[in-house]
Design a protein. Structure first.
Length: 408
């Protein structure tokens, strides 16, 4: 492990910890109501977090994935839903800033939007028909060319923080495109005609992300709303993996850290009647806490190292493999840690008056969050063995001429 954490990154971590302490005072209510934590997004704006991963020359903080992983781990310990939903903003701003496919004037425009104008952007590529397991590359949403821009039509799923975001970055396929992997990403304003929200978000975990469905019906966006258009949009997504999906890993790491901290405090502070020592002295408790500690520290090191490697190398095969490795392990670790914490907490942990029940439900989302566990392993195996995905049989028979699994 060659990475080290700078003083500036430590300061960002500390500021995120302070924000998380405030978020925690509202987390249970927003989870129970499945409501938008609007106050938290305002606090993040006031703290200058909207421009975290905008380059310094464009007015931002220039924070890389390692610095942000430290921040996200802390934010999630206060309110995991807020950390996950807000990351939708950074997950689109980051690739736009770093991709060579994006024009300089677009980067400058987006930087001005988020830094100077404090605009919040929700990235949204998912659709009801897509599958994280096979990495569906082509969207069903369509962009029809009209004078001065495009008309977008389609249904988007898992669209987080729609009530708070000023814009949603939508992936669609241009009608006139001929390349099988063609796509464009355009900003849809919250007030755009032809855009509506269908409130379907009633889920096990991450309830306050409010990841509802967004329906676009001939929704017009001007040409300057298009962030990128490419005949191979999968390459844009693969090269932006550090922000487009790897930035979520640290959110789930934060859930594991919060569950671990909570159960340690719980067993230390609970002394059963008739005994002179707290539950912390019970041998089964000590063993399970030790196992949780190993899981948590291993997950943390994998996350930090993969983020550092991505910052240092960019989208190399080694960096991408490290990101998949971290996402898989964190997803497995957080489910083990939260399950063990619930067991050690006993029947008291079942109540929503404490945080363990919410952390357990939020942690259960981790293996499903893109890329899901089996997609991580499939992609990691290809990268570790140095295989070309085009030489590997696809997991399902393709409809067209495409072959091999998609890595992104």
């Amino acid at each position: 492990m060659e990475f080290h954490i700078t003083e500036e990154q430590r300061r960002l971590q500390q500021r995120s910890r302070q924000l998380a302490q405030d978020f925690a005072t509202r987390a249970a209510r927003h989870d129970r109501e499945a409501s938008h934590p609007l106050e938290n997004y305002t606090a993040l704006r006031d703290a200058g977090f909207y421009g975290l991963n905008v380059p310094v020359p464009l007015g931002g903080r220039g924070v890389g994935l390692l610095g942000y992983s430290l921040a996200a781990e802390e934010l999630a310990q206060g309110c995991a839903s807020t950390a996950l939903a807000f990351n939708m903003h950074l997950s689109i701003v980051g690739p736009v800033m770093e991709s060579p496919l994006v024009a300089d004037q677009v980067k400058t425009h987006v930087a001005r939007m988020v830094v100077e104008d404090s605009r919040l952007i929700a990235g949204n590529f998912s659709e009801p028909t897509t599958s994280g397991l096979v990495g569906t590359p082509v969207p069903m949403a369509r962009a029809r060319r009209v004078e001065g821009g495009y008309c977008l039509t389609g249904r988007k799923a898992f669209a987080s923080m729609l009530e708070a975001a000023d814009y949603t970055a939508v992936l669609a396929r241009p009608d006139e495109a001929t390349a099988p992997g063609a796509g464009l990403i355009a900003l849809v304003p919250r007030t755009a005609a032809g855009r509506r929200v269908e409130a379907v978000w009633d889920t096990l975990g991450m309830r306050a992300t409010r990841s509802d469905s967004m329906i676009l019906e001939e929704c017009f966006v001007p040409d300057d709303a298009v962030l990128v258009r490419s005949d191979d949009i999968v390459s844009f997504r693969r090269n932006g993996a550090n922000w487009l999906w790897a930035s979520y890993t640290a959110v789930y790491l934060g859930i594991a850290a919060a569950a671990y901290r909570t159960i340690v405090e719980t067993v230390r502070g609970r002394t059963p009647p008739g005994f002179a020592q707290s539950l912390a002295y019970h041998p089964d408790v000590r063993r399970q806490v030790a196992e949780m500690s190993v899981d948590l520290e291993a997950a943390r090191l994998l996350t930090y190292h993969s983020a550092w490697l991505s910052d240092a190398e960019g989208p190399t095969p080694a960096a991408l493999a490290a990101l998949y490795r971290a996402k898989f392990f964190v997803g497995e670790a957080v489910t083990r840690i939260t399950r063990t914490a619930m067991t050690l907490g006993g029947a008291h942990a079942l109540f929503r008056t404490g945080p363990l029940e919410r952390l357990f439900r939020d942690g259960a989302v981790a293996p499903v969050q893109f890329p899901p566990r089996d997609f991580c392993l499939a992609s990691l195996g290809l990268l570790e063995l140095g295989l070309d995905s085009r030489d590997v049989l696809p997991p399902l028979r393709p409809l067209g001429d495409g072959a091999g699994p998609v890595i992104r």
